[in-house]
Design a protein around this ligand. Structure first.
Ligand SMILES: [Zn+2]
Ligand SMILES: [Zn+2]
Length: 410
């Protein structure tokens, strides 16, 4: 392994520019750019680890030099910055990240240098370029580098035959909660069962099974304001089409490739809520991808209110038996979802039940239950596949004719 002095003496023979010379010592000294490191050790005859200090920078040190390793990538700094600025022009953004694909000849020359003189203290040319270009963009556009969640990732293709910027415009994510007051709409758009979305007489050539959905009731103003190409809806679970949700279900609305990001969410929330009586949204705020994943995975306990009709007349004494449903129940995968999920027996906890007799063959049931409990099956019993179940407990066949989700754990 070479000392700083030895490595510097050898590298001077290579006829490198200040950028490329300094980059071989990039890990030494703080708050310096590589061209400044290069200028320091070119000027001083005696060098060591402590030479890389601000006070030692010669006055004539300046960026933009070139040599046989970097060719002209540092000379063309204005060009790269302009290329990115042009690509960013259509977009509203606060944060970004720059990636670099240097010309292959440059990468090859850099590797040869590393093979010859070792990897100690070095920084790849990509890193230096992305930092320098990132800084310029921060200054000129008033935006910020963000390594974790940039609004846009821009990759500069520096190969002469390419000479372009590849952009990945990241989604804009908006968190909210919704109530659904309609018993006729699903959470997201369903294709027409007959034509599978192509359009037919049965769906009035809309391609849709239902005229609208929770997502469609929400997304329009967001698409208009962001000019995104598509919206995706991530719900924290979903209720059946014919069930209302009064418990404020969490969701994340994802706008793909938005041009605009600076939205007035308070105003948009009002606009959505004034435009429809089928749903209502609450708590809109900007969020990120991890949150969308959290919401989808979360197992939230829930409370339901069901209107139930029975085959035979029921008495208060019959209904008192429903209290035996509290505690652990066993549910085989229901017939209606068996094609979607593996058939297995699950244990679920019923925390609370309350009931009110509303007719000879009708009552209302409130159930607070563990995440994942199939409530309609708890009521009709699913031919004995849920144990215990309300039908067996009250001694006559019971059917849920109306269901609301009234509370969702958050
Ligand atoms: Zn160079
Ligand atoms: Zn159709």
């Amino acid at each position: 392994m070479y000392t700083v002095q030895e490595k510097r003496d050898l590298l001077l023979e290579e006829d490198l520019c200040d950028h490329c010379l300094g980059r071989q010592f990039a890990k030494l000294g703080h708050g310096l750019e590589n061209y400044e490191r290069g200028a320091i050790i070119r000027e001083k005859d005696e060098v060591n680890e402590n030479s890389f200090a601000r006070d030692n920078i010669p006055e004539e040190a300046e960026p933009g030099s070139s040599c046989h390793v970097c060719q002209e990538v540092f000379e063309k700094m204005d060009h790269w910055v302009e290329l990115v600025e042009d690509s960013f022009e259509r977009y509203e953004l606060d944060t970004f990240l720059i990636g670099i694909r240097p010309p292959s000849d440059v990468l090859k020359a850099e590797e040869e240098l590393w093979e010859e003189y070792g990897l100690e203290w070095v920084e790849p040319i990509k890193t230096e370029l992305s930092r320098l270009i990132g800084k310029r963009l921060e200054e000129e556009l008033g935006i910020e580098v963000d390594f974790k969640r940039p609004d846009i990732n821009a990759i500069i293709e520096m190969e002469e035959s390419k000479d372009r910027v590849e952009m990945q415009v990241n989604s804009l994510l908006i968190y909210g909660q919704y109530n659904k007051y309609s018993r006729e709409i699903p959470q997201t758009e369903w294709h027409c069962r007959n034509c599978r979305g192509d359009g037919c007489d049965e769906c009035d050539w809309t391609g849709k099974q239902y005229t609208t959905s929770v997502q469609e009731e929400i997304q329009d103003p967001f698409m208009r304001e962001t000019k995104g190409i598509e919206a995706k809806f991530h719900g924290g679970g979903r209720e059946d089409v014919n069930a209302r949700c009064l418990g404020k279900r969490e969701f994340v609305l994802e706008i793909i490739e938005p041009l605009n990001r600076n939205l007035d969410l308070k105003e948009l929330q009002e606009e959505v809520n004034e435009s429809t009586d089928k749903i209502e949204v609450f708590e809109l705020q900007f969020t990120h991808k991890d949150k969308a994943a959290d919401i989808k995975q979360k197992h939230a306990d829930k409370e339901y209110k069901a209107v139930i009709e029975t085959e035979d007349e029921i008495t208060e004494e019959d209904l008192d038996n429903i209290s035996k449903a509290v505690g652990e129940i066993k549910q085989d995968t229901p017939e209606r979802v068996e094609h979607r999920r593996a058939d297995k027996t699950r244990k679920r906890e019923i925390y609370e039940v309350e009931w009110e007799k509303t007719g000879d063959k009708e009552f209302e049931l409130t159930v607070k239950a563990e995440a994942g409990t199939y409530i309609k099956e708890l009521i009709h019993g699913d031919e004995g596949r849920t144990q215990p179940n309300v039908s067996e407990l009250i001694g006559t066949s019971a059917e849920c004719v109306q269901l609301d989700v009234t509370w969702i754990e958050k």
